[in-house]
Every structure is written in structure tokens, then in C-alpha cells.
Design a protein around this ligand. Structure first.
Ligand code: VAH
Length: 317
């Protein structure tokens, strides 16, 4: 069976629903500190879990005969800068609890998300390569860089089949964003549909690598299903999809909502965004397990706006 830790987050919600589709709801146990996403608790088993509680984690693995863990719980970049100690504790101790448990219980596979936040101001920012200088200057980025080292260590020393992706900014319409620096690209669609001016916390030409959630879920499942022998990376794979700036996504939305307008009020998240790459070279992922993104900025925007309109109609009907 599969245990998802952090199942109620932006990625967790959609990954849990996709895995339940694939393997059957009863085989996919969702867990989180608390669940604000009713569809998860209604569509299959849910357990309250703090990933720092290694005893309860072990009990869940035994009770549900868990063989695979997707460990998604983390404090993201922006929130992490407001609470560095908590971010380090949750992100590092949480991962080490899961890796240790995988070793003790001989779990089949572990999935853990890394991020483009592992890169820093001295990393080549255009088409960032799989192997590059990494000097992250956020607690979140430091914890992801250290986490990648631990994943590779547990693979090499104990043979744990742990797999990971360096996600760009993930964009989805089903759940609120999780306190990241790329959250503007989620909020902007909701504001546009509400007919409001969007006040963007990043400057207009801040290019960042992004990915639509369906592509991120596809990449995760594709990596987890790939033959182990084909994987040449056991820290974390670069994956890219689209790179755009706030002014470009605003222009794309304007094609659908001509009255939409944006204004810029950069805050502390600008410094975080400036330390990250603008685009990612994911040729290793394409070579090892046939990674291939599907969505572009226009097709993502069309899909999000049409789905959000449907959800808003249902809400009022
Ligand atoms: C964050 N959404 O902003 C996350 C992600 C690349 C960005 O890691 O922290």
C-alpha cells in the first residue's frame, strides 16, 4: 500500500487523487497534520500525522502494510524565511524519519520532492544543468540541497529506492498555493476571474521555471514507474516545462479577460526569486525516463480559466 505524507498540500491533493485512480482508493492512505481538503478524507483512508512523530509513522506503516511512501510534507520557501528553525526541523527531520523507516521496514520505494530552490545566485541561471554549483540562500533551498544528499546516501549505502524531482513552481487551480515564492502564478488566475486588479509580489520581468500540475503529477508517476536500472540520478532530477514572467502570464490572461490588469509591488519574495534560475535543462530526465511536458502557457491558461469558471458556476448553482 501507499502512504502519502502531506497529502492535503497543493501537490499532495492532486497526487493522492491520481494515485487513488491508478491503484484503488483503499490502497492509498492520505495523511497530514490536518485535512482541509474534504475530497481526500471522503475518497479513501485518511490519518492525522505529524511527520516528526516517527513512532506514529512506524505504526501507520505496520497497520496499513505500507510498501511505498510519498513524503511531500515541507515548509516552502517564503514561509520558511519567516520561521527558519521550524522549516529546517520539519524539512530535514521529517525526511530522515522517512528514510530511516524505509531502511528498517525495507520499504519498496520512497518519493521525495526537491525543487529548483536548491540552486542559488552562483548557479548558471539559463538552462540550469543537472549538475551545477548550488549555493541556495533560503532555508527551504538549503534543506532541499541537504535532503538530496541524504537521498543519494541512503540509496548508495542501504540500497533504498528513493526517487526525486526538482519541481519548478507548480501551478494548479484545485487547491490554494502552499506559501511559496511562485504562488503569484496561482493567485493571479483567481483574481482575474474575480475581476480584480492583481497586485503581484514579484517584478514584471522575473522569469521563473514553472509547471502545470497535470505535468507535475505525470512526471512523478512516470519517474516512480521507471525501471530502476535506467535511473542515473539518485539525488533529484531536473524537470522543466515552461518559463515565464509575471507580465507574460498577465498578457496571456488578458487574451481571455480583456479587462484584467496587473500592478507590481515586489516584497521579500523578490530576493528569493532572484536567486533562482530562469530556465532548466532537463535533458537527463528526458534521456533516462522519457520525460516530456505537455502544457504551454497558452494551453495551461485556457485549461485553468475554463475549469475555474466551471467551479464558480457550480458554487453559485
Ligand atoms: C516555493 N512553490 O515557491 C515552491 C517551489 C520552485 C518553487 O519550490 O517554495
Amino acid at each position: 500500500n501507499i502512504l502519502i505524507i502531506g497529502a492535503c498540500g497543493q501537490l499532495g491533493t492532486e497526487l493522492t487523487l491520481a494515485l487513488r485512480e491508478m491503484y484503488g482508493a483503499a490502497q492509498v492512505i492520505a495523511s497530514d497534520l490536518q485535512c482541509r481538503v474534504p475530497v481526500l478524507a471522503e475518497s479513501g483512508p485518511f490519518e492525522q500525522l505529524d511527520v516528526l512523530d516517527s513512532r506514529k509513522l512506524g505504526q501507520l506503516v505496520d497497520t496499513y502494510k505500507i510498501s511505498h511512501i510519498y513524503h511531500l510534507a515541507a515548509i516552502l520557501s517564503a514561509t520558511g524565511e519567516k520561521n527558519p528553525k521550524l522549516a529546517w526541523d520539519v524539512n530535514m527531520a521529517g525526511l530522515l524519519n522517512v528514510l530511516e523507516l524505509a531502511r528498517e521496514k525495507k520499504l519498496k520505494k520512497v518519493y521525495w520532492p526537491s525543487s529548483i530552490a536548491v540552486f542559488g545566485p552562483h548557479t548558471p541561471s539559463q538552462q540550469t544543468p543537472q549538475y551545477a554549483v548550488m549555493d541556495p540562500n533560503t532555508v527551504y533551498g538549503i534543506s532541499k540541497q541537504a535532503g538530496e544528499r541524504w537521498c543519494e546516501y541512503y540509496f548508495q549505502k542501504y540500497g533504498i529506492d528513493v526517487r526525486s524531482l526538482r519541481y519548478p513552481g507548480l501551478i494548479s487551480y484545485k487547491t490554494p498555493p502552499g506559501g511559496g515564492t511562485t504562488d503569484y502564478a496561482v493567485e493571479i488566475y483567481h483574481k482575474a476571474l474575480e475581476g480584480e486588479v492583481y497586485e503581484c509580489f514579484l517584478k514584471e520581468k522575473t522569469y521563473l521555471p514553472m509547471m502545470y500540475m497535470p505535468d507535475a503529477v505525470k512526471a512523478t508517476i512516470q519517474l516512480m514507474e521507471a525501471e530502476a536500472a535506467k535511473l542515473t540520478v539518485r539525488s533529484s532530477y531536473n524537470v522543466g516545462a515552461i518559463s515565464f514572467s509575471p507580465e507574460e502570464i498577465a498578457a496571456e490572461i488578458k487574451k481571455h479577460i480583456s479587462t484584467f490588469s496587473i500592478r507590481y509591488k515586489p516584497d521579500y519574495r523578490q530576493q528569493i526569486a532572484d536567486s533562482w534560475p530562469s530556465s532548466i535543462d532537463d535533458s537527463v530526465a528526458r534521456a533516462d525516463w522519457a520525460w516530456q511536458p505537455e502544457y504551454s502557457l497558452p494551453t495551461m491558461t485556457k485549461d485553468i480559466l475554463s475549469n475555474l469558471r466551471k467551479l464558480k458556476m457550480q458554487a453559485v448553482s
